[in-house]
Design a protein around this ligand. Structure first.
Ligand SMILES: Nc1ncnc2c1ncn2[C@@H]1O[C@H](COP(=O)(O)OP(=O)(O)OP(=O)(O)O)[C@@H](O)[C@H]1O
Ligand SMILES: [Mg+2]
Length: 376
């Protein structure tokens, strides 16, 4: 296995479009790193540069200790699983798995051994003699992963490999790929636009937007300490509530929403930002019903009108409004007053986020740059 390292990597397509601006990060030996971001942000371009399917316009790309900018894909010792993994329909599973190895003229015995190992790991042994049309979606997906596995590469690359599957199968395959990673201890880079997939699978996540890396960190680092407004809004579902307003030194520092009456205490560490416009970030689970036993002591009180209840079974999402400010709360399922009525709430002031609306960066990060895991 090997590490992968990007140093100031840039991709400019022939039409002059810059798809990746200045990507620098390292994927450790045996690490599972997820590239996540909205459509068009440059995820596939980054992956395809690692694979050698796109040229690198500037910067250096290393696999292990070797600079591979000019190394053709077949000599990079990587294997890639695509979203549209066309299996050969006229070949059995066994033949699909063996095909690439035959092309590379491996000895028959070696091919058989590798196919057997991959089939064993991916639980395909029972279906080796079937054709793709006789398989379920999940089984086909496993064969596609198997074709990468038999190559026994240094690095596995996945480009949205699960997006053709239904929701339930996706969750199952997600777990299988994670388990495969643990078993093989292989270096894996996985591209998805789905933040849940990124959170559940990645050792670390690289968040991209418009060709720029926004933040790199473990799932919980990104969730607890988003470096900027983009990451704050992208990671987490339902998304973090973002409320424009201003910090005022008013017998202790307070946040006043620009629209309406929302007014809550802000941490004293943000004193230097008094008088400045800020954006407040509140995770839906940091809003509690007042008086609930699980509400934190000392939380800031707030009254809001209940506009909509979305029951999820174990918990419920509440759409709330206080003057001009719409908020989403996530609370344990319980009886509630009718929609339209005011609700007494409590906001956990230990879990507030503040951002500079101009730079879009987290204020805590701006105050203590060393603590921010920001890159790019
Ligand atoms: N060959 C090309 N020539 C010019 N622009 C391209 C080319 N290929 C991709 N792009 C552009 O580069 C940007 C990044 O594309 P990329 O395929 O990397 O996005 P992505 O993050 O994988 O998106 P998706 O989630 O939709 O797959 C997009 O704006 C895309 O239109
Ligand atoms: Mg893509």
């Amino acid at each position: 296995m090997a590490r992968v390292r990007l140093e100031g990597v840039r991709k400019v397509y022939d039409n002059g479009f810059v798809a990746v601006h200045d990507a620098s990060f390292e994927i450790g030996d045996g690490e599972f790193v997820v590239l996540v971001g909205p459509s068009g942000c440059g995820k596939s371009t980054t992956l395809r540069m690692i694979a050698g399917l796109e040229t690198v316009s500037a910067g250096r790309l290393l696999i292990g200790d070797r600079v591979v900018n000019d190394v053709p894909p077949k000599d990079r010792d990587i294997a890639m699983v695509f979203q549209n993994y066309a299996l050969y329909p006229h070949m059995t599973v066994r033949e699909n798995l063996a095909f690439g190895l035959k092309l590379r003229k491996l000895p028959r015995s070696e091919i058989d051994a590798r196919v057997r190992r991959a089939a064993d790991v991916l639980e395909l042994t029972e279906i080796l003699d079937r054709r793709p049309s006789q398989l379920s979606g999940g089984q086909r997906q496993r064969v596609a992963v198997g074709r990468a596995l038999v190559r026994e590469p240094q690095v596995f690359l996945f480009d949205e490999p699960l997006s053709n599957l239904d929701a339930k199968l996706r969750v199952q395959m997600r777990r299988e790929i994670s388990a495969l990673h643990r078993r093989l201890g292989a270096t894996m880079v996985y591209v998805t636009h789905d933040q849940t997939e990124a959170m559940t699978m990645g050792d670390r996540i690289v968040v991209m937007s418009a060709g720029h890396i926004q933040q790199i960190g473990t799932p919980m680092e990104l969730y607890d300490r988003p470096a900027n407004l983009f990451v704050a809004g992208f990671i987490g579902s339902p998304a973090m509530n973002l409320v424009p307003g201003r910090l005022l030194a008013d017998g202790g520092l307070r946040f006043h929403a620009a629209a309406g009456a929302l007014d809550i205490p802000a941490p004293a560490t943000l004193e230097p930002f008094a008088g400045r416009d800020v954006v407040l970030g509140v995770r839906p689970e940091a809003i509690h019903l007042a008086g609930a036993s699980y509400a934190p002591a000392g939380a800031a009180p707030l009254t809001a009108r209940l506009e909509l209840v979305e029951p999820l079974g174990n918990e419920m999402l509440l759409q709330l409004r206080t003057d001009g400010v719409a908020l989403v709360a996530r609370i344990p399922s319980q009886p509630l007053p009718p929609v339209g009525e005011p609700l007494a709430l409590a906001i956990d002031t230990a879990r507030l986020h503040f951002f500079d609306p101009a730079s879009e960066r987290a204020l805590a990060a701006a105050a203590a740059p060393a603590a921010a895991a920001r890159a790019g």
